[in-house]
Design a protein. Structure first.
Length: 342
C-alpha cells in the first residue's frame, strides 16, 4: 500500500511499523531506534528494532553480535536453502492460503527461502555454540558457518561446548567434516537424552521408511565415533551451569531449546520451534512438513511463544530472518517477529 508521501512502502517497513506498535503496547521496556530497512544479507519481510538494555551491532553480512547483560550472543549464518513451494510444505493447508501468507509478508510465493543461523554464546568465561549447521552436506547455499565464524575472529577450536537442539542434518552435520574430522575439536557436545535415544536406536533405524534412512545414517556418522564422550541432558535440567534447557518437543521427539538470564533479560534459543516466520509465527497452528509430531509441535509453539511474549524474552530461531534473534509480539491469533539489528 502506498505511504502518505506517495512512495510504495517496503514490506519490511510495513511489518516493522505493525510489530513495533504491538511490542510497545505489550512491553514494559521502551523501544528505541524505530524501524529500519535490512542489509543485503537479510531476508525481506523482517522487522528492525532495538530494546533498551540490549545492545546489538551487525559485524558483517550474515553475522550480528548482541550483548545481553554481561553475555555476548553472536548470530552466525550458515546459509540458505531455497525450494519450490508446493502443497506438501504446510500439510493440511490449501496451497493458495500458504501463498497468500507469503505474499502478505512481501516474500513472494513461487518458492520458499529458509535461512540457517547458529549462535555463539560467550558467558562466564565459556564460549559455546548452539547448533552446528549443515557442514558439507546441505543445500548449495549453506555450509558457511565455519567461514563466517573465522571472519569475525572466532576460531572453531576456541569453541568449548556445542549444544544441539535436535538431530536433523542441518543442525548436526556441521559437527564433522566430509573428511571425518571434528569441526570443533576441543568442544564437548551436549544433546537431549530423548533425542539421542530415539535416533540412535538401531531397531528403529531398521524399521524406518527409506525416506528417513539418511537421517539415521547421519546421526551415526556424526556421533558414533564419539558416543562415549557425548553429554546427554534431560530436557528441563541445566545443560551447563547457568544454561537452562527448554523442552520444545514435536518437531522431533527430543527437540529442546536453550536459555539464560542476564541483566534482567531472558534469552531463549528455540531451534526449530517454527520454520518460516511469515507462515508459522503468523499461523502457529500450521505445521511445516518437517515436524515429526505436528500436534505436539503446535502445543509447544503456542506455549513457548506465549511465554516469550509474557516475559518479554529475547528469542532466537535457527530458521528465522535477519539477525534471527529479537522479540515476538501477539498479532491477532498469531505472532510477529522483530529481529534485533544495529
Amino acid at each position: 500500500m502506498p505511504d502518505p508521501q506517495g512512495a510504495t512502502m517496503n514490506p519490511t517497513r510495513r511489518a516493522c511499523l505493525r510489530a513495533s506498535a504491538a511490542l510497545a503496547a505489550a512491553s514494559s521496556i521502551p523501544w528505541l531506534g524505530g524501524c529500519a530497512d535490512l542489509g543485503p544479507g537479510d531476508l525481506p519481510g523482517s522487522i528492525a528494532y532495538r530494546p533498551k538494555g540490549v545492545r546489538g551491532a551487525a559485524l558483517r553480512d550474515g553475522v550480528a553480535r548482541t550483548e545481553i547483560g554481561s553475555t555476548v550472543v553472536t548470530s552466525v549464518r550458515d546459509g540458505f536453502a531455497t525450494m519450490p513451494l508446493d502443497e506438501n510444505f504446510v500439510p493440511g493447508v490449501p496451497l493458495a492460503q500458504v501463498r497468500q501468507a507469503l505474499d502478505d509478508a512481501g516474500l513472494g510465493s513461487a518458492s520458499v527461502t529458509i535461512p540457517f543461523t547458529a549462535f555463539v554464546v560467550e558467558r562466564r568465561k565459556r564460549r559455546m555454540l548452539l547448533d552446528a549447521g549443515n557442514g558439507s552436506f546441505g543445500a548449495p547455499g549453506s555450509g558457511r558457518l565455519l567461514a563466517n565464524l573465522r571472519e569475525v575472529g572466532i576460531e572453531p577450536a576456541s569453541i568449548q561446548d556445542v549444544l544441539i537442539t535436535h538431530f536433523h542434518g542441518d543442525h548436526i552435520n556441521g559437527l564433522r567434516g566430509a573428511d571425518g574430522k571434528l569441526a570443533f575439536p576441543n568442544a564437548t557436545i551436549h544433546v537431549p537424552a530423548p533425542e539421542w535415544d530415539w535416533w540412535m536406536d538401531d531397531a528403529r533405524m531398521r524399521a524406518a521408511p527409506a525416506a528417513m534412512r539418511g537421517a539415521f545414517e547421519a546421526t551415526r556418522r556424526v556421533f558414533a565415533p564419539i558416543a562415549a564422550d557425548v553429554k546427554r541432558f534431560a530436557p528441563g535440567a541445566e545443560a551447563l551451569p547457568g544454561i537452562a534447557t527448554i523442552p520444545a518437543f514435536g518437531h522431533t521427539p527430543g527437540h529442546t531449546g536453550f536459555g539464560f538470564e542476564d541483566g534482567g533479560h531472558r534469552f531463549a534459543y528455540l531451534g526449530d520451534l517454527t520454520n518460516v516466520t511469515a507462515l508459522f509465527l503468523r499461523h502457529p497452528d500450521w505445521a511445516v512438513r518437517f515436524d515429526m509430531d505436528p500436534e505436539t509441535a503446535r502445543r509447544s509453539r503456542r506455549r513457548l511463544l506465549d511465554e516469550a511474549v509474557a516475559g518479554n524474552w529475547v528469542v532466537a530461531g535457527f530458521h528465522w530472518p535477519g539477525s534471527a534473534m529479537g522479540r515476538v509480539a501477539r498479532i491477532g491469533d498469531g505472532y510477529e517477529f522483530a529481529p534485533l539489528v544495529s
